[in-house]
Design a protein around this ligand. Structure first.
Ligand code: RAT
Ligand code: ZN
Length: 423
């Protein structure tokens, strides 16, 4: 019988089943379609040398980062495997993730890596990718495409095949955060730009981003920002945002994603694993939502201490879409706290999670963990509603899960007509 009201116990089963059946959109990853060349990471050695695990290696081994980074990829993987998986129990979120991936493919979770290496070497990437997405329960992954990434940009410029599994994003970190190291690349491409942002720089960066928007058709533009990000302020970054980036986003009706709260390279020796976290001043978000009411902002914040404030801002600004439990927050205890808070303050009007996967197979464990953590949270939410007098049906649950993990994203990226209040 459809549309029938579920009992207390049936609610939990229905939530688990609906979460399992739903195909999610993974709205932020570092995965890449195959036609961009060999930049997409996959396989056992990449899984084990993920920077989340490199950071953990130095807690358990005496090797120094300098020594470690001189090793070959295979030697790095062997060392991390021996240290974190054999000599210690892999109970951290990142180590347990590798175990879950091995298990998903029926590979040994102890001993050495011989069998796992042979298995991944035998896989055809296109078939393997489809199988990984199926196991993860995702229909598509959103990429991170920086037009100034020397490993990636030439492939886009030569022309790439579209792949329905991977959607592009124009990532602006090199322009907005490292202009001093990159302005000359635009100059060499014929754009009339200057290191100090003078002359026609703002208009030319806008022209550059317009041409990339035409080239890749991004679903949104994105940047990661430090905990010290301030808006407004007399900086080049804020000038680029105001004069180059947000005007194109508005004209092309593309949302902007701000990921705020990174303390870049607090330990530079650790390279990709060397970033930390800091609490951000969300007045910057408030002012941007106010100053650009017709722009739409996806916001993810790295500091746990900022999460409640973000929910409050989302209640003030409909052009703000909170998303994900980012990076150091993607642990069950924090995901639980953040997700309950968001459901209580925002209903279903947010996007609970993205995987941030850097290695293809990570989507299997990251989405498995999301479903496992979300099941009791959603179930108790519906059980409370039932207790308070509103029966809950399977259709309610299905509709809500679809909103959280698909429709909120799809609607937010849909082109919007400009609304002029004076007409
Ligand atoms: O989570 C990560 O892997 C980080 O290193 C970052 O890539 C972060 O997610 C980002 O997109 O900047
Ligand atoms: Zn990321």
């Amino acid at each position: 019988m459809s549309h029938s009201v579920l009992s207390f116990d049936q609610i939990r089963t229905a939530v688990a089943e609906e979460l399992q059946a739903a195909q999610f959109i993974d709205i932020h990853t570092h995965l890449y379609k195959a036609s961009l060349g060999p930049i997409g990471l996959w396989g056992i050695d990449e899984l084990i040398t993920y920077h989340y695990l490199e950071a953990e290696l130095f807690r358990f081994s005496d090797i120094t980062p300098g020594q470690y980074f001189q090793l070959s990829k295979l030697a790095k993987a062997d060392l991390i495997w021996k240290t974190l998986f054999i000599e210690n129990t892999p109970i951290s979120e990142a180590t347990r993730g590798v175990i879950a991936v091995l298990n998903a493919f029926g590979l040994p979770t102890s001993g050495d890596l011989t069998e796992a290496r042979a298995f991944f070497a035998s896989r055809n990437l296109a078939d393997h990718t489809r199988e990984v997405f199926r196991l993860a329960g995702i229909s598509e992954a959103v990429m991170t495409n920086d037009p100034l990434d020397p490993d990636e940009a030439p492939a886009w410029e030569r022309g790439t095949e579209t792949d329905p599994l991977f959607r592009p994003v124009l990532r602006l970190d090199r322009i907005l955060n490292k202009w001093d190291q990159h302005w000359h690349i635009l100059r060499a491409k014929g754009y009339d730009v200057h290191a100090d942002g003078s002359g026609r720089t703002m208009a030319e960066v806008r022209r550059f981003l317009e041409s990339w928007t035409d080239l890749i058709s991004p679903v949104y533009m994105a940047v990661s920002l430090p905990d010290t990000f301030v808006y407004p302020e007399p900086s080049l970054r804020v000038r680029f945002l105001r004069e180059s980036v947000l005007p194109i986003c508005l004209a092309r009706s593309i949302p902007m994603s701000l990921m705020i709260g990174v303390r870049y390279l607090v330990n530079p020796e650790l390279k990709l694993a060397g970033d930390g976290v800091g609490k951000a001043d969300l007045r910057a978000v408030e002012r941007m939502c106010l100053d650009f009411p017709e722009n739409r902002f996806f916001i993810s914040l790295l500091s746990r201490e900022n999460q409640h404030e973000l929910c409050v801002y989302a209640r003030k600004f409909a052009n703000l879409m909170p998303f994900g439990c980012w990076w150091f927050l993607n642990n069950p205890s924090v995901v639980e706290e953040m997700t309950r808070e968001r459901l209580e303050m925002l209903g279903t009007s947010f996007i609970p999670q993205h995987s941030d996967a850097r290695v293809l197979e990570q989507v299997i464990y990251k989405w498995k963990n999301t479903r496992r953590t979300l099941t009791p949270i959603l179930a108790s939410t519906y059980q409370n509603l039932r207790e308070d007098g509103r029966g809950v049906t399977r259709e309610d649950i299905r509709r809500d899960i679809n909103r959280l993990f698909r429709a909120n994203f799809e609607n937010f990226i849909l082109p919007k007509a400009h609304v002029c209040p004076h007409e």
